[in-house]
Structure formats: structure tokens, C-alpha cells
Design a protein around this ligand. Structure first.
Ligand code: NIG
Ligand code: FE
Length: 419
């Protein structure tokens, strides 16, 4: 007997398409199809049907079956789950002492150069067991799901030794096994140069290429490869070399670029056909032009701008130039300790001047594109995975970003099951 959930009397069923849209660019980003007074039928983990409560379809589709559940969503909106395409959610400890240092005037780069930042997280992660890391990451993942996230990318990059990068990636592999949501794993060995290689950068890059990548490929521990290409971290040439090596193991690129300066991150990402280039706080006209001739998804991470006091990525300008824009949390203990995608939607509206519709497309279908999941996630389409959330009773869709910081997610359905 089929297992069904029927959600009826939905005030607004948001983000409908025919299932063939992979991403939205430019003016398409403001198109967000909504059915008012709608029903949504989920069956065996998939979206089976939807439409207006007034249509004849509704009576056909609402035939009772034995293993079913009906939810009355009067006054509430239903959205496709968020796709968070950029996180570092496996980490050992929070870093609020650095937060206080920044309040007192130190910059993120100064703290990093003095051995804090990523290196601080690496030292703590190296001392922690795989089991402890797994348990804490699982709690974070569950919390994110309760905030409406239904697919997520997780990076390594706090290991910085062969053993500890593999440990992080094995934690992610275990999370993939137990989690009801889909997870993509990204190898980020090139997150920072570890102190023991400070005088021997090439030695660390060789370690990534000759030791880490082959073992990761052997154990199938990663889907993608990332490099922090920025001033004080990895140069364009170093990034190029690492991405080339990763490509030989079948790992596509997703890179950190233009967070701290205009140092060629976008260009090297596009040159390597990266799936995405993320951060972009320091992207200018040249970067926008470069992205126009590519399939690389620009991903803005507004939590970093909010939390570190950086400029916001020029997402408005990118959309006006016809580009797609994706938004993600970058959840990590240094630059973004908040995993709530609805806050990202608020920041996109208030700080980057995206409309609520654009911000929702950026956090759903375009997030799915950045993880190669558009065929199954990121919108309400027949046959897609039944990952949706139901809001509290709210007056309008724009009320979601308007009421920033407030949790309006009331019920979460993942794979057709209520969380
Ligand atoms: O995306 N910028 C590089 N990596 C992370 C932050 C890492 C950290 O500070 O721990 C980011 O912001
Ligand atoms: Fe990041």
C-alpha cells in the first residue's frame, strides 16, 4: 500500500515547475510560480501531484488509502526544501574568542596569519576522534533540517594532514549513510597551508596531489574538489594545479574565490569549468563578464559579510547582467556560525536587494544546480523527491524574509516523511 501525505488548503504552494528547469538566470530569477489555495500529494517519497483545491484533480487525488496522512495547511505556505550548497558543518569547536578579537579591531586575515582561523579549527579537529566529530556533525545536520534544509554540501578542510582530511571525509560518508537528506562531499585539503609547511608550500600541494587525492578517489570519499583561492591562502597557479589533478580523479571543482580580494578566483574557476565559485565579496565587472561566458554558478554567502563585516557580493548586479545567483550559508565556526537558510533569504533581500522571489530561487533551484541535483530537488515538480516545508500561518510570501531571524518553519517533510 502506498504511503501518502496529502497537504490541503495550502495558502500558497511555492516554486512549481515542470521538473526540467536546471537553474534560473537573470530575469527568470524573479519568476516563482505559486498556486493559491492548493493541495500537494506526496506518495512513496516523491511528489505525486498538486493543483488548486477547486480543481477536479483534487477529488480524484484525495481518494483515501490505508497508509495516509492529511495535513490541513490553512493560512500556511509550502515551499520546496532549501538546498544549502556550501557548508563546513564538520568541525570540532566554536570560535567565539576570535569573534571577540574582531570586535576589538583585529581582522579575519590578521587572526588567520597569527595561527588562528582555519589553523585553530584544524588543531582542534586533529585532536578529536572520528566518532566525536560524527556525533556533533549529525546534531548540526538535524538542526539544519528542522530549519527547512533538504540537501546539503559538506566540505573537509579542517584536517590539513592526510590522516585528518580522510577522517573528515569519512565522517561525511557516515553522515551520507544515516541522513535522510542527500549530502555531497567536497574535498578542501587546500583550505590553508598548515604551519609545518609554511616554508614549503609546494610540499603541501604535492601532498594534496600525490597522497590525499589518490586515497580519496580510492575510497570514493568526495564528489567535488575545492580550493581557497584568495590572498594569503592559495594562488591562482596553485589552484589551477590542484583542480587539474582533481579532474584526473573525476572530481569537479567548486571553489572559494574573491572573498578577501580580487585575486583571480572567478577566472580560474571558469577556466576549470567549476560547478560553482563561492563567496564573491570582491567580484567586480571583470568577474561578472567572465562568468557570463560560463556554466559556473556564482554562489553568494551573505552570512560571511554580515558576520565578518565584509562587503556583500554584487548579487543584484549579477542578476541584472543576466547571470544566475545561488545563495548558501557557508555554515562554519569562523565566518558563519548560523545554518538557517531563511536568514540568508532575509540578508539577500535587505542587503543585496534581491526580491523575495529571487532569493527563494537562489536558495532552492539554483542551490540544486550547484550540487547537480536540479532533476530531483529544488522545486515542486511531479516526480521530484518529496522534500518540502510548511510555514506557520503567515500573511504573504514576502513575510518570510521580512520577519528576519524568526523561525517560521512549522513542519518539515523529508523523503515524504514528516520529520
Ligand atoms: O568559507 N573562507 C574560507 N573558508 C571558510 C571559513 C573557514 C573558517 O574561518 O573556519 C569560509 O568562510
Ligand atoms: Fe566556505
Amino acid at each position: 500500500m502506498a504511503h501518502t501525505i496529502l497537504i490541503k488548503n495550502i495558502k500558497g504552494l511555492v516554486g512549481i515547475d515542470d521538473g526540467n528547469i536546471l537553474k534560473k538566470s537573470g530575469a527568470e530569477m524573479s519568476q516563482l510560480t505559486i498556486i493559491e489555495n492548493a493541495f500537494l500529494l506526496l506518495e512513496d517519497g516523491k511528489i505525486k501531484d498538486f493543483g488548486s483545491m477547486n480543481s477536479s484533480q483534487f477529488s480524484v487525488n484525495s481518494e483515501p488509502s490505508t497508509d495516509n496522512k492529511t495535513i490541513d495547511a490553512t493560512g500556511k505556505f509550502v515551499l520546496p526544501s532549501f538546498v544549502d550548497s556550501h557548508t563546513h558543518l564538520v568541525f570540532a569547536a566554536s570560535r567565539e574568542e576570535e569573534f571577540v578579537m574582531r570586535i576589538k579591531g583585529k581582522s579575519y586575515e590578521e587572526i588567520a596569519a597569527a595561527g588562528g582561523g582555519i589553523l585553530n579549527s584544524a588543531k582542534k579537529l586533529q585532536a578529536m576522534s572520528e566518532d566525536e566529530l560524527f556525533e556533533s556533525a549529525l546534531l548540526r545536520l538535524n538542526e539544519m533540517m528542522s530549519f527547512g534544509t533538504g540537501a546539503v554540501e559538506i566540505k573537509s578542510g579542517y584536517g590539513l594532514t592526510v590522516k585528518d582530511e580522510l577522517k573528515m571525509l569519512r565522517v561525511i560518508k557516515r553522515l551520507k549513510k544515516v541522513s535522510p537528506i542527500i549530502i555531497k562531499a567536497t574535498f578542501l585539503g587546500a583550505h590553508a597551508i598548515p604551519p609545518e609547511y609554511k616554508q614549503n608550500r609546494n610540499g603541501y600541494i604535492d601532498l594534496i596531489i600525490d597522497e590525499m587525492l589518490p586515497q580519496i578517489a580510492e575510497e570514493k570519499l568526495a564528489d567535488y574538489c575545492d580550493v581557497f583561492c584568495d590572498q594569503g591562502f592559495f594562488s591562482v597557479d596553485e589552484t589551477d594545479k590542484i583542480l587539474n589533478a582533481a579532474a584526473k580523479f573525476g572530481l569537479k571543482a567548486k571553489i572559494h574565490g574573491n572573498e578577501l580580494g580580487q585575486t583571480g578566483g572567478v577566472q580560474v574557476a571558469v577556466k576549470n569549468n567549476a560547478l560553482s565559485v563561492d563567496h564573491l565579496e570582491f567580484a567586480g565587472d571583470e568577474e561578472i563578464d567572465c562568468l557570463k561566458n560560463s556554466e559556473t554558478m556564482p554562489v553568494a554567502l551573505p552570512n560571511c559579510s554580515f558576520f565578518l563585516g565584509l562587503p556583500y557580493a554584487p548579487a543584484r548586479k549579477m542578476i541584472d547582467a543576466g547571470l544566475p545567483v545561488c545563495l548558501a550559508t557557508d555554515y562554519n565556526p569562523g565566518s558563519s556560525p548560523n545554518p538557517r537558510m531563511s536568514f540568508i533569504v532575509s540578508l539577500a533581500c535587505t542587503q543585496m536587494k534581491l526580491t523575495p522571489e529571487e532569493a527563494i530561487n537562489a536558495t532552492t533551484i539554483n542551490g540544486a544546480f550547484a550540487l547537480e541535483l536540479s532533476k530531483t530537488h529544488g522545486s515542486i515538480a511531479k516526480g521530484k523527491v518529496a522534500n518540502v516545508f510548511i510555514t506557520k500561518q503567515i500573511p504573504s510570501l514576502a513575510y518570510i524574509p521580512y520577519s528576519f531571524g524568526v523561525d517560521l518553519v512549522e513542519q518539515v517533510i523529508i523523503g515524504g516523511k514528516l520529520l
